[in-house]
Design a binder for this molecule. Structure first.
Ligand code: C2E
Ligand code: CA
Ligand code: CA
Length: 722
């Protein structure tokens, strides 16, 4: 091409590498790699059109970029003569570049292991880079001459190895999940791209700098292009690369907005799910989520390599929550439930699950609880936490306890019955008086099932007239006169025979039947009093009220209605109320209303639970009933004697009469009389009996009651349960 080519036959020259040109080539390498990374990522898109579009456009732009990297470097060789290039090699290199990029990018669609794919792509880029450099050098119209061993090394391998390694490392940093912590993909990609550009520039300097050039005397071939034209082509290729990058930039912004949208969508989803799975009051998981977690935990325990993994499920039910709710209002009840939830949450371990699954019911799931002993300790901590006082919004302070049923898995499986078994165990704890825990036993399951059956039958029992009241006399300690009777309910079951109240009253309480049952008892007792009154018998009748009945708002009103309907003297009625009820504010408030009706009040089973004489003084109570468990071994136990003695003295000091209930032997009677108990009740005198029997008993024996009172023949023959 040069018209004024030097006439020298040959001249040897080493290139004076032009720094800015090499730097520009390195910059192009950086941009090339950035585009390549972006296109490779797009190639993984599930959308085929996106992948194909990026494959074609990306390969052209990136191919043009890589081509420009090599050919732009040639424009800065700094040879003493002007250089021309073989047109076919220049164009052929462009074709190779684009084809090579098509192949490298296509590998992104292969389902190889990530590292394999990245390795192949890195090597591919390295090889392509070297191939293009070779073609670039081959395009020189002037014969390049290899001079020196370094040049051989440079020509053959070192730059290729360097560039391939750099490409590999850069791809790895951008795409491997291991590096994800370093920052977002874009950042990692451009860090790698800069590294690649630097290595590419270094490799070019090495390769080109190690060469010696000889000016050819004879220009070779026809299609020769000059340096200026090549520079123009390089500029055009760089432009194509920049256009590709611009596309990538727009694309990144669009997809980042898409990602934002998707993430806010998934956040909204998460909230919805949370709402569906959590209890709005306590923010604890609800039953649905608990069951989900339980399922997952069960799977872990059942897994073949789970070792000795185990879990415990606890059913926690508050005792005495309903009265708090009824008397202080729902806001107070909610506050208490929230506080209970918080306390349970605080004491649970990170891996435990605490859920609220019903009004005042909570569940706790503990993985690897440390056997029954460990589960017991957790239950103890739950009991202590729940027992701490609650401060209500109105400033009042209330105390609660809870009953806990525990199932251990796998011991108390099978898994579908865990919750039912935990419930049965909880109910066993309730039956035992509450404020405690019970670990599941198979008999409890049976009990639970039997109770379910029983409640089903009990529902119809009142209407079918299957309930009856039996009456057990109380006699005056000194005169032996009958002072009254206690009405005790029985269920004449058509198939099972006579069922004791101890069996079906707890069932009625649990399943919400106690109100109807209690009302029937009140009504029937009033009817009987009227009948006895008509017969000329002024018989005092004691009626047992359960704690549940006392919590009912309309108890006083219902009692008044019964008294009026049967037109009886309210003074003939005594209401027996168990001592444990004295803990509840709602019950205590019912006391004064009842007393105003003119009925007498008696504290039943006194001395077994928590006794509070200070409180008794303030209540309109006239009688204490001492349970037989306090004096059954009174002949042998000095402690028992001291307790009964103290109770009697205290009661008398407060003006209360003491009834000893469950007197079975002469010896007991003698001791109790010596301790100055006012009235006695028990099998020694008579067992509970039907009303007509009692009428005969009372009329027939009345005259005989003396200090040496003996059970009558009626009592001995009377139908009994005990
Ligand atoms: P309670 O009120 O403590 O009744 C006394 C229980 O002791 C009665 O059992 C009675 O039959 C029994 N008993 C009486 N003398 C003796 C004796 O010398 N030895 C022994 N071992 N036991 C004696 P019962 O009738 O089975 O009633 C059990 C409990 O059921 C009652 O205990 C009471 O809490 C409840 N109950 C009975 N009737 C009603 C009722 O109408 N309404 C309510 N809410 N509860 C009732
Ligand atoms: Ca009683
Ligand atoms: Ca009693």
């Amino acid at each position: 091409m040069p018209a004024n080519a030097p006439t020298l036959a040959s001249a040897l020259a080493t290139p004076q590498l032009h720094g800015p040109t090499l730097a520009a080539a390195a910059l192009l390498a950086v941009l090339f790699f950035g585009l390549l990374g972006h296109a490779l990522r797009k190639m993984r898109s599930t959308d085929a059109l996106t992948a194909i579009g990026w494959w074609a456009a990306g390969a052209v732009a990136a191919g043009a970029g890589l081509w420009a990297v090599q050919f732009s470097a040639l424009t800065g060789l700094g040879l003493p003569w002007s250089v021309s290039f073989r047109g076919w090699a220049v164009a052929g290199a462009g074709l190779v570049a684009v084809t090579g990029m098509l192949l490298v990018m296509a590998s992104a669609r292969l389902s190889w292991a990530d590292t394999t794919r990245q390795t192949v792509q890195g090597l591919g880029v390295g090889v392509l880079w070297a191939l293009l450099q070779a073609m670039a050098l081959a395009s020189l119209g002037d014969q390049p001459v290899v001079s020196g061993a370094t040049a051989v090394l440079a020509w053959a391998g070192l730059p290729v190895a360097l560039v391939a390694a750099a490409a590999l490392a850069a791809l790895w940093i951008a795409f491997s999940a291991r590096w994800a912590a370093m920052g977002p993909f874009e950042l990692r990609l451009w860090v790698g791209a800069v590294g690649f550009g630097l290595v590419s520039g270094l490799a070019q300097a090495l390769a080109l700098g190690g060469l010696g050039f000889e000016e050819s005397a004879r220009p070779l071939g026809v299609l020769l292009i000059g340096e200026g034209t090549l520079k123009l082509a390089c500029g055009a290729s760089a432009l194509a690369l920049l256009l590709g990058l611009f596309g990538a930039l727009i694309d990144t912004r669009a997809s980042s907005r898409n990602r934002q949208l998707a993430s806010s969508l998934s956040e909204a989803n998460r909230r919805l799910r949370e709402q569906a799975l959590s209890d709005p009051l306590t923010r604890l998981p609800n039953r649905l989520l608990f069951e989900e977690r339980l399922e997952a935990a069960l799977e872990r325990v059942d897994a073949p390599n789970a070792g000795d993994a185990a879990l415990a499920v606890m059913f926690i039910d508050l005792d005495g929550f309903k009265p708090v709710n009824d008397s202080f209002g729902h806001a107070a009840g909610d506050a208490v439930l929230r506080e209970v939830g918080q306390r349970l949450h605080n004491l649970a371990r990170q891996t435990d699950v605490v859920a609220r699954v019903g009004g005042d019911e909570f569940l706790l799931l503990a993985e690897r609880p440390g056997g029954e002993a460990g589960a017991g300790q957790v239950a103890q901590r739950v009991l202590q936490a729940v027992a701490k006082p609650y401060r209500l919004p109105n400033g009042a302070e209330v105390h609660l306890s809870c009953s806990i049923g525990i199932v251990m898995y796998p011991e108390n499986g099978p898994s579908p019955k865990l919750l039912a078994n935990a419930d049965a165990a909880m109910y066993a704890a309730k039956r035992a008086g509450g404020a405690g825990f019970a670990i599941f036993e198979p008999s409890m399951e049976h009990d639970a099932r039997a109770q379910l059956e029983l409640q089903h039958e009990l529902r119809g029992a009142i209407d079918r007239n299957e309930l009856v009241l039996y009456y057990q006399p109380k006699v005056d300690g000194r005169s032996g006169q009958v002072t009254g009777v206690e009405a005790l309910v029985r269920w004449q079951h058509p198939a099972r025979g006579m069922i004791a109240p101890g069996v079906f009253i707890p069932v009625a309480e649990r399943f919400g039947l106690i109100s109807a049952l209690g009302q029937w008892v009140i009504d029937e007792a009033c009817r009987q009093v009227r009948e006895w009154t008509n017969q000329g018998l002024r018989m005092r009748v004691s009626i047992n009220l359960s704690a549940h009945q006392l919590r009912q708002e309309n108890l006083v009103q219902r009692l008044r209605q019964s008294i009026q309907a049967h037109d009886i003297d309210p003074a003939l009625l005594t209401l027996e109320i168990v001592e444990s009820v004295l803990m509840e504010d709602a019950a205590i408030r019912a006391f004064s209303g009842l007393a105003q009706l003119g009925v007498a009040l008696s504290i039943d089973d006194f001395g077994i639970g928590y006794c509070n004489f200070a409180l008794l003084r303030k209540l309109p109570v006239t009688q204490l009933k001492v349970d037989r468990s306090l004096f059954s071994d009174i002949q042998h136990s000095a402690d028992a004697l001291a307790v009964v003695d103290a109770i009697v003295k205290m009661a008398h000091a407060l003006g209360l009469r003491v009834v000893a209930e469950g007197v079975e032997t002469d010896a007991q009677r003698d001791m109790l009389l010596a301790l100055r108990c006012d009235e006695l009740q028990g099998y020694l005198y008579a067992k509970p009996m039907a009303a007509d029997r009692l009428t005969l008993w009372a009329m027939g024996e009345e005259g005989l009651h003396g200090p040496d009172f003996r059970p009558s023949i009626y009592a001995a023959a009377s139908p009994t349960l005990q």
